[in-house]
Design a protein around this ligand. Sequence first.
Ligand code: NI
Length: 191
Amino acid sequence: MTLRKIALVGHPVLRQRAREVGREELETPAMQGFIDDLIETMRDANGAGLAAIQIYAPVRIVAIEVGDNPRYPYKPKIPLTVLVNPVIEVLGDETFENYEGCLSVPNLRGKVTRHARIRVTGWDRHGAAIDRTVAGISAGTYQHECDHLDGTLFLDRVKDPSTLATWENFERHHQAAFVAYVKEIVARYGQ
Ligand code: NI
């Protein structure tokens, strides 16, 4: 496995629409090795997720995993999930406010509105069907990662730029209120 370099905001690769991956291509040793690198790079950077496009490969693959994450200590856990060609369907019209960060946007966080309930369909890393309903904070994580595949960054969705904060200022001035809000969301949606 190889740790890959992560593209930073301003690099044009982050603004591309990533292309679909075919079944045969997915099974190649090169693509399976690439997915191993994606997972390893996400874990090394303490990301809650990483899209292939963030490591300069514009294909529709994302990895998501939330364990005991020092970047996001309040996030509900998500077991390692690799999504290939994911499609998100919004369920209902409930939304919540999520304070997001991104490995491609160093030292900046901001508040975005996310759908509270979604259905995610696609493939796992071997082409088996994935079909899951996700709610609450975890739904925000899925939406953030899948946005990358269409060249969208969380910055594009920040409605109020006054919410932007460095990580240090987030921790100092915003984290306590946000963690209290996250607890409400987790209580409401269960994940
Ligand atoms: Ni991101």
